[in-house]
Design a protein around this ligand. Structure first.
Ligand SMILES: NC(=O)C1=CN([C@@H]2O[C@H](COP(=O)(O)OP(=O)(O)OC[C@H]3O[C@@H](n4cnc5c(N)ncnc54)[C@H](O)[C@@H]3O)[C@@H](O)[C@H]2O)C=CC1
Ligand SMILES: O=C(O)C(=O)COP(=O)(O)O
Length: 615
């Protein structure tokens, strides 16, 4: 339970659909934030604010009042059929709404009440969906491999993580590829349909043998390599084309990697296993079919969009392609009168590659774990639009991550004027080898610290680099080797905001950059440098930075003003250039002093400038 408060009973009873008695506890009612809004509009609940991630409320009857308790249970919308084992995992952690076959409008209407969305290949997650989520959607889980139905750019722009389940359906897809290969070669589907129509056509359905024939596997990834392995078992000669696959992995299973043209011009059978990307879209077109061996047979268990379907119909009609077996289509489901689907030399299945009992349980568990992890704030190993940072690296970097964000937040508060921040230089000092220090998450958090206080954008590791680029913020990183303990990943982080004006001139370096530096000490992030002044303050709460002439009595004067206003000092640190010269006083305060109090501090004669900062 995140919190509790007492509210009077609504005067009108809330409709049943919105206020459901819990099965287990008669006095317990539960409803989601959608119903809450509804109830709020007709009850004294007005004025109560919901804050993320509290999106689930429990009402207990308490005499004439209702006790409302907020539980931090996220809501997961499962928009396509998912295996029970995955649903069971999700239900332990979240409210699960299984709503299938939603139109885009229905999906958009629901999505602003959901923290996660799980889809398969049948749901298009378009920019409209991210827009309609109003920033609440934190993760989209694709229960399968292909993420071409999720608009990754829109997801990244809205800071929404996309995860997939890349491994659990590999074998199922490969087996389906082999099933189609064999069925195609022996006319299984056509012969079956003919017999069911009362015929016995043994001469019509004479097939071709597989043994000794050449199969070109296009895309030698997880599925492609499993297909290749199985096809070798059938006695086929297997070649593959994949510009990105390591040749030794192919060689290890006796497959030769060849060029695209060689693959398509020598193969008797071509099996497609590449993703749909701008480069692979309509890769098989009139021009490609002009280069194939006449009478080739094509199997596609990858994505329909890889083939220009009109060109394939032409190639089938003129005999260039003898047969095709297709599990996937440019538009799914394809139009009822699709020439391709109805073609007598084409065998079709309705995107069944991943549809085995085993694969569906596997992807369901894989995606449920990834989505739950993401909702807990863990970085997912199967993230599609965010850097993958291993858990052990993340836990080691955790205090530095906080330091990075706080330093960014502090640096931006020192900026004055409308010149805007253009360049950020980050200097990491570490005893570690550069390869042993992953700074991507630190850079993202610095970006978050710098941008969030000055905009309405929510920034996380997913959209940090994108947002920085959008805003013209150039972030460069530098590493300095320091011979110190290898135990801590970092010695210090220094942030330079280059060429900006500062409202606290002492924060400027000789070259005119705002400079702040921090370190993690005993697990706590601390500010250790402002401009050229060394300080040592914990980066917590609020702080007042003052530059003053180093002379007795200043600390007491500031303390007295704050004390009179009941502002509690949490820490104080003084850094100076030399005794009785310039000094910087950093005063931590629990409360935010009002303007009048700050004005009084500024009026102390020895204080040359000061700034109030929220750390
Ligand atoms: N029909 C179905 O139900 C299923 C379909 N699939 C689809 O199968 C395809 C392969 O999936 P996985 O093997 O898991 O993915 P993967 O990522 O392991 O393999 C894809 C391979 O394609 C290669 N590739 C990329 N561009 C290429 C190009 N221009 N030419 C040749 N190769 C290229 C990549 O280097 C990679 O090795 C995907 O499109 C996926 O969506 C996967 C599972 C089930
Ligand atoms: O995993 C993939 O890429 C697939 O194509 C499987 O799609 P599905 O989850 O069965 O809609």
């Amino acid at each position: 339970m995140a919190g509790a408060l007492l509210a009077p009973l609504p005067s009108a009873a809330a409709p049943e659909a919105f206020l459901r008695p819990s099965a287990t506890t008669p006095a317990l009612y539960s409803f989601s934030s959608s119903s809450f809004r509804f109830a709020r509009s007709r009850s004294p609940f007005l004025g109560l604010r919901l804050s993320y991630p509290t999106n689930h409320w429990i009402l207990r009857s308490a005499g004439r009042g209702l006790r409302i308790e907020a539980a931090a249970r996220p809501t997961v919308l499962v928009a396509e059929k998912l295996g029970e084992a995955g649903l069971a995992l999700l239900r332990k952690f979240a409210n699960v709404d299984c709503s299938y076959n939603l139109s885009l409008e229905e999906l958009c209407a629901k999505i602003s009440l959901c923290d996660a969305l799980i889809v398969r290949s049948g749901t298009k997650v378009t920019p409209e969906v991210f827009e309609a989520s109003k920033g609440r959607l934190k993760v989209v889980g694709r229960a399968g491999v292909g993420i071409d139905n999720v608009d990754l750019q829109a997801a990244t722009e809205s800071g929404c993580l996309v995860v997939n389940a890349p491994a659990a359906n590999t074998v199922a897809a490969a087996e389906h590829g082999i099933a189609l290969l064999v069925a195609l070669a022996r006319n299984v589907a056509q012969a079956d349909a003919s017999m069911k129509a009362g015929k016995w056509q043994r001469n019509k359905y004479v097939g071709v043998s597989l043994v000794g024939k050449t199969l070109a596997v296009m895309g030698f990834g997880k599925v492609g390599s499993e297909v290749a392995r199985r096809a070798k078992g059938l006695g086929m000669n297997v070649i593959a084309h994949d510009p990105y696959a390591p040749a030794d992995r192919a060689r290890a299973i006796g497959v030769e990697l060849v060029s695209f043209d060689e693959a398509i011009s020598t193969a008797d059978f071509i099996s497609l296993h590449m993703p749909l990307t701008p480069t692979t879209a309509k890769l098989f077109n009139d021009e490609t079919f002009a280069k194939v061996k006449k009478g080739v047979r094509i199997i596609n268990v990858a994505r329909g969009g890889v083939i220009d379907e009109d060109a394939l119909v032409r190639a089938l009609d003129n005999g260039t392609v003898a047969q095709a077996a297709l599990d996937v289509f440019t538009v799914e489901p394809p139009p009822k009168d699709s020439k391709l689907v109805m073609h007598e030399n084409v065998t079709v299945t309705p995107h069944l590659g991943a549809s085995t009992v085993e694969a569906q349980e596997g992807v369901a568990v894989e995606i449920a774990e990834a989505v739950i992890g993401a909702l807990k704030g863990e970085l997912a190993a199967t993230a599609v639009n965010a850097p993958m940072v291993p858990a052990e690296v993340l836990s080691e970097l955790a205090p530095c991550v906080i330091l990075a964000e706080k330093l960014g937040r502090l640096a931006v508060q020192l900026v004055a004027g409308g010149s805007g921040i253009k360049g950020v230089k980050v200097v990491y000092t570490s005893a570690r080898d550069p390869d042993d220090l992953d700074t991507r998450i630190l850079r993202a958090m610095i970006t978050k610290g710098i941008i969030e206080p000055i905009s309405s954008v929510f920034i996380n590791i997913v959209n940090a680099d994108y947002t920085a680029k959008q805003r013209g913020l150039r972030i460069s990183e530098e590493r300095i080797y320091r011979d110190s303990s290898l135990e801590a990943p970092l010695d210090s982080i220094q942030i330079h905001l280059t060429n900006v004006e500062s409202k606290f001139a002492s924060a400027l370096s000789d070259s005119g950059d705002i400079v702040v530096e921090g370190r993690v000490k005993d697990g706590i992030p601390r500010l250790t440098l402002v401009g050229s002044f060394s300080v040592d303050v914990s980066l917590e709460g609020n702080a007042i930075l003052c530059r003053n002439v180093d002379q007795p009595g200043n600390i007491g004067r500031v303390g007295k003003i704050l004390g009179e206003q009941n502002v509690n000092i949490s820490f104080m640190s003084v850094g100076r250039t030399a005794p009785r010269k310039q000094a910087i006083m950093a005063i931590g305060v629990d409360e935010e002093p009002d303007k009048e109090t700050l004005k009084k501090i500024g009026e102390i004669p020895a204080i040359k400038e000061f700034v109030f900062l929220k750390l």
